[in-house]
Design a protein around this ligand. Structure first.
Ligand code: AAT
Length: 289
């Protein structure tokens, strides 16, 4: 451990640790669920850390939040109701609010401290809460899912060590499939092809059994996530076919009709389709499931 630097150390990525230089620690707290830290880094802006794991940085959160949201919502004609599980920082809400067809946005985050800290230190992320279509529920997303019929579901969850563990397990995907309307979609945070092929393999195998529509893995680059990339599991139920690789519901880059206060930075239709191209080693495993 280098003095004055934050190193992200976890059994989920043994033998490596990405480090950021710390200018100043801005917040340190312990919630009922996890340790929460916010620090000012010298090159990525402010950083939110839960239980020693980076959740977002001001500089690269755009890549993760835009992709995890627009990959599912730009793949279906008129998303109306969206359920976000996790994502207490508000970044996914900010992106969902760019979609004018959406009428209702529910979010179920387990840890209120994440919401409060984000509103205090990350106003450009937490701006998602300003949308009047949003209702915040504090609680476990696993149980809450059953209370919202027919949504598009976005699971912006932390890694499977800690409160998010069940969000990676088969019964959770089964309840998601039950809650979706015909042709409805889900997108979940699905870890890194460089580090977690064993986790991805299990998720894909479960999803192929559970979801009768399409099941696809996509990925993108987020420099401050472990190995610099992160993936998403995208599934649809039976009903109107969903072709995730070819977005049919494009959004304007500037989305001037919404209160996000900034244009898109990362997502466009080419990035969308490209996200489904896989390196051979990952393609072999994912397509064999
Ligand atoms: N928006 C980018 C940051 C995240 S946040 C993941 C959120 O999921 C956290 O706020 C955490 O409190 C919440 N969470 C964890 N478990 C549950 C649960 N069971 N129900 C509801 N919310 C939950 C993603 C970071 C990805 C990190 C990659 N290494």
């Amino acid at each position: 451990i280098i003095p004055g630097w934050f190193s992200e150390i976890s059994p989920m990525w043994p033998g490596e640790a990405h480090s950021l230089k710390v200018e100043k620690i801005l917040f340190q707290g312990k919630s009922d669920y996890q340790n929460v830290i916010v620090f000012q880094s010298s090159t990525y802006g402010k950083v939110l850390v839960l239980d020693g794991v980076i959740q977002l940085t001001e500089r690269d959160e755009c890549a993760y939040h835009e992709m995890i949201t627009h990959l599912p919502l730009c793949s279906i004609p008129n998303p109306k109701k969206v359920l976000v599980i996790g994502g207490g920082d508000g970044g996914v809400l900010r992106e969902v609010s760019r979609h004018s067809s959406v009428e209702k946005i529910d979010i179920c985050e387990i840890d209120k401290m994440v919401v409060d800290v984000s509103k205090q230190f990350f106003p450009k992320v937490a701006v998602g809460y300003d949308d009047p279509r949003v209702t915040l529920h504090i609680g476990d997303g696993v149980a809450f899912l059953k209370a919202v019929p027919d949504p598009a579901v976005i699971v912006d969850s932390s890694d499977p060590i800690g409160p998010a563990q069940e969000l990676f397990e088969k019964p959770f995907f089964q309840s998601v499939a039950k809650s979706l309307r015909p042709g409805g979609v889900v997108c979940t945070q699905a870890e890194s092809i460089w580090l977690h092929m064993h986790i991805i393999e299990d998720i894909v195998a479960n999803c192929r059994q559970i979801f009768k529509g399409s099941v696809n893995y996509a990925w993108t680059s987020v420099p401050t996530y472990p190995s610099g990339v992160i993936g998403f599991m995208l599934c649809s139920t039976e009903g109107p076919a969903v072709d995730f690789k070819h977005p049919i519901n494009p959004i304007d880059a500037d989305c001037s009709h919404v209160n996000t206060k900034r244009p898109l930075k990362f997502y466009n239709s080419e990035m969308h389709s490209a996200a489904f191209c896989l390196p051979l080693f990952a393609k072999r495993v994912i397509e064999s499931k």
